[in-house]
Structure formats: structure tokens, C-alpha cells
Design a protein around this ligand. Structure first.
Ligand SMILES: [Zn+2]
Ligand SMILES: [Zn+2]
Ligand SMILES: [Zn+2]
Ligand SMILES: [Zn+2]
Length: 156
């Protein structure tokens, strides 16, 4: 068996996996029945003629091989810079320590990493926050209780 890092995999020219419309790595790779070029599914859905041979009424179908190859290519997490397989990136981002949290308070567009976000909740929305959670935890009062609730919430 080869190592999981794929060092000894056959090297394909990366351009073979590029979408001929956006010139980026094809997302959900599809190919046309006319010239078998690879495109992103969304890119190709926006054109009515084949971008390379201009044939109209072309038929596209998933290119399973390209999807598999692209799926195991290394992809960098935009938040923590760790490299994972492209197929696992979405799952990684869901649990990434560095992913941003978006404040749900009306009119507030604050986004930050977990710790700065929790600090933001306490410093900016403490009143709203306590008001909301007092309904759920009627015994709450003051800053210490607010931190307690946030600490509990941060476990999720
Ligand atoms: Zn594309
Ligand atoms: Zn074509
Ligand atoms: Zn990450
Ligand atoms: Zn906020």
C-alpha cells in the first residue's frame, strides 16, 4: 500500500483537473459528451454552448475519476492553515478551532475566533444574553453567571 500522503501516486498534470471556464480546480467535475473537457458543474450549467467546441445541446455527465482525484488532493484550511484532503475539508472546518463564529445579534456583524467571540458576547451583548438565558435558567444574574452560561454553550 502507498502512504496516505500520496507521495508515490502517479503525478497528473494539474491542468487536467482544471475547469476550462474558471480555470480553477473543477468543483463537482463534469465532462461534455462532445470534447470531454472537464468543467465545474456550476460553471457548465451557466453556458448553453460547449465552451471549447461551441456545440449546442451538448450533454454533460459527472466525471467520477476527476472527482475522486480532486477529492484526495491536499487542501489548506483557510482558518488554521492545516492541510487536509479536499474531501475532508468541509468536515474539518466544522470542527476547526480557528473557524470564525458569527454573532447572531441583530445589527451586529461581528465575526471572530471562538475566544474573541465569547468575549464579544459578554462585553457587547451581556444584557441581551442574560435576558434571553434568564428565561431558560431563571436563577441567573450578573456577569459571573453570564460567563457560566457562555462556558456551557462553548462546549457545543
Ligand atoms: Zn469552473
Ligand atoms: Zn465540445
Ligand atoms: Zn482549520
Ligand atoms: Zn455581536
Amino acid at each position: 500500500m502507498e502512504s496516505a500522503t500520496g507521495e508515490r501516486l502517479i503525478q497528473l498534470p494539474e491542468s487536467m483537473l482544471h475547469c476550462s471556464i474558471c480555470l480553477d480546480m473543477a468543483m463537482d467535475a463534469v465532462e461534455t459528451d462532445c470534447c470531454h473537457q472537464i468543467f465545474c458543474e456550476t460553471c457548465l450549467s451557466q453556458v448553453d454552448k460547449c465552451p471549447s467546441c461551441r456545440k449546442s445541446n451538448f450533454v454533460s455527465r459527472a466525471n467520477v475519476f476527476a472527482r475522486r482525484v480532486i477529492g484526495v488532493l491536499p487542501a489548506r484550511c483557510p482558518f488554521c492553515e492545516n492541510v487536509v484532503q479536499k474531501d475532508n475539508l468541509e468536515e474539518h472546518i466544522r470542527v476547526c478551532d480557528r473557524r470564525p463564529f458569527y454573532c447572531g445579534a441583530p445589527e451586529c456583524h461581528f465575526a471572530a475566533e471562538k475566544e474573541a467571540f465569547l468575549t464579544h458576547l459578554i462585553s457587547t451583548h451581556q444584557e441581551v444574553f442574560l435576558r434571553t438565558y434568564k428565561k431558560i435558567f431563571p436563577g441567573l444574574s450578573g456577569e459571573t453567571d453570564g460567563y457560566l452560561v457562555i462556558n456551557v454553550l462553548s462546549l457545543f
